[in-house]
Design a protein around this ligand. Structure first.
Ligand SMILES: [Zn+2]
Length: 536
């Protein structure tokens, strides 16, 4: 299914197309919108003699990626060469420290009839220049079969570009409904196409444990065979460690960082189903019993193997929505909670209580926050000792973090969580419900209009907002088709929010460009949908 363009805008568009150069209008349709585009006359034409010239050896893999990208539709496997001096028209990839002011991911793309030149200070920038070049080619470049009778032209243009935010993410939830390795790879390809650079993998929850942990094999022997959200049971619903390594490498080759999310102490039903001794009273439940040392040792064992697999400097521990009934009935947790509730927080710990929020899954309770806070701070210190940074949902603010914590807060329960984190000098990734929740039926326009930096945030704290993310929770998506339909095209809006300058975004221009982008997605076999708000 193609994506939704409001009828009124489509009419306006057709009027514009009639009065301007159709070719020029149609030629440059890029998502996310680049920072500056200066069109020029003429075009570059790809032919079988075109070469990809890799001036810097570090760019060889980007060159091969580009050659592979262009081969199916054109039927031409471009030669990737390391030396310059070619007479033939070329696509030139080059590292250039003079462009360092564009940052790690910025790039400059120059197209003339003789050559397309992509320069950047870092390979990531060249890779994003390649993604822009891809969208400068005719839409049918995305065809996975050879297309006959088309000139593979690129309009002459000069583009300078860099992202607004360093974290441009997408959460996938294979815990609630398992997704295969191949499905994840396909989604990584689609993230890269939109210049998104983080995939958060929600690997554990009440319904399933999806990552092999060699020291604790029951996690997958039992925890990967529980009923999923459709009530189905599986035999092999987990990723072996070699699968994870393969996914990490595949993503890295596309400038995507896989951020593992291992839920604790809540959403841990699959862990306690596998090892009941980890739960209060030894009976499986959603919450880990956090008042026994073996629970911390278990968490440390799991994280040790996770850190060995995922090079990401950031590791997500969940820490949301603990259901406290079992803690309150636990002979170890209950006295601990009572004691903490009557004790002042240590001087080095700062808590932050969010305003009451109807979207909060579990309302704030002081004793619960204090007990969770003790556990979260230990995990924070453990990850810090391993050279990594903890990421957690905004509940980590309520239990209190140490003033020297370098944790990243993932804000989901309102702009107050963004301001609260930034005000405590913590970096924050914005993924507020409902605007950025792809499992919700939010309208495309609402998602596009969302601004991650709260209007009341003091100017000096804006830099604490390091990114934006769309969350594709998996409870209601039993198939990859449903995942794609929920994801697209709204993820394109989030990608533009994450990349494009704030003053360079407008919905009408976006929908024009989106029409082209969605035709590219069609050719890639990606299902898309339009959604009006409807009850869940
Ligand atoms: Zn307990």
């Amino acid at each position: 299914m193609g994506c939704f363009i409001p009828a009124a805008i489509a009419v306006v568009l057709s009027g514009v197309m009639a009065t301007r150069s159709v070719a020029a209008e149609a030629a440059i349709q890029i998502i996310p919108q680049p920072r500056s585009i200066q069109p020029a006359a003429g075009s570059f034409v790809l032919t079988p003699t075109t070469a990809i010239l890799v001036i810097s050896p570090e760019l060889a893999s980007v060159g091969r990626y580009l050659a592979d990208l262009l081969a199916p539709a054109t039927g031409i496997k471009l030669d990737v060469r390391q030396a310059g001096g070619s007479e033939a028209p070329s696509i030139v990839l080059q590292l250039d420290q003079a462009l360092a002011d564009l940052g790690r991911e910025g790039y400059a793309l120059e197209c003339t009839p003789e050559a397309v030149t992509i320069r950047a200070a870092n390979p990531a920038g060249v890779f994003y220049g390649v993604q822009t070049l891809r969208q400068l080619f005719p839409i049918r470049i995305e065809s996975r079969q050879q297309v006959e009778g088309i000139a593979w032209t690129v309009p002459c243009v000069s583009i300078k570009d860099q992202p607004r935010f360093q974290w441009r993410g997408y959460l996938l939830d294979p815990a609630r409904h398992f997704r295969t390795k191949e499905e994840i790879m396909h989604l990584i390809d689609l993230l890269a196409m939109q210049k998104l650079n983080v995939m958060q993998l929600h690997l554990t929850d009440d319904q399933g444990w999806r990552i092999e942990i060699k020291k604790h094999p029951e996690l997958t022997a039992t925890g990967a065979r529980l009923a999923d959200c459709s009530g189905k049971k599986g035999e092999h619903w987990f990723y072996r460690q070699e699968d994870i390594r393969e996914l990490v490498a595949y993503a890295a080759n596309r400038q995507v960082t896989l951020v593992p999310e291992i839920e604790m102490p809540g959403h841990s039903g699959a862990a306690t189903a596998s090892y009941p001794a980890l739960a209060c009273g030894g009976t499986p439940s959603s919450a880990l019993c956090v008042s026994q040392e073996r629970t911390f040792e278990f968490a440390r064992d799991v994280l040790d193997e996770v850190l060995a697999l995922f090079p990401s400097p950031l590791v997500h521990i969940g820490a949301d929505e603990v259901t406290p009934a079992r803690w309150r009935a636990c002979p170890q947790c209950k006295p601990q909670m009572d004691k903490l509730a009557q004790t002042a927080l240590p001087a080095e710990v700062t808590p932050f209580r969010l305003p009451a929020n109807p979207m909060a899954g579990v309302p704030f309770q002081e004793d619960v926050a204090r007990l969770q806070g003790e556990f979260v701070r230990r995990i924070d210190q453990y990850l810090t000792s391993k050279g990594r940074r903890m990421v957690g949902w905004d509940e980590i603010l309520e239990g209190g973090l140490r003033t020297d914590s370098r944790a990243v807060v993932m804000a989901w329960r309102g702009a107050a969580a963004v301001s609260g984190a930034a005000g405590r000098k913590l970096d924050v990734v914005v993924t507020l419900h409902p605007d950025l929740y792809l499992d919700n039926a939010t309208r495309l326009e609402q998602t596009y209009a969302f601004e991650p930096v709260p209007s009341d945030l003091p100017a000096g704290q804006e830099a604490r907002v390091i990114g934006v993310q769309g969350n594709m929770w998996g409870e209601a998506t039993p198939t990859i088709q449903r995942v794609e339909e929920q994801t697209f095209p709204r993820l394109c809006a989030i990608a533009e929010t994450g990349w494009s300058a704030r003053n360079n975004r407008n919905f009408q221009g976006f929908t024009t460009r989106l029409a082209s982008f969605c035709r590219r997605l069609d050719l890639l076999g990606v299902r898309q949908t339009s959604r009006e708000p409807s009850p869940k």
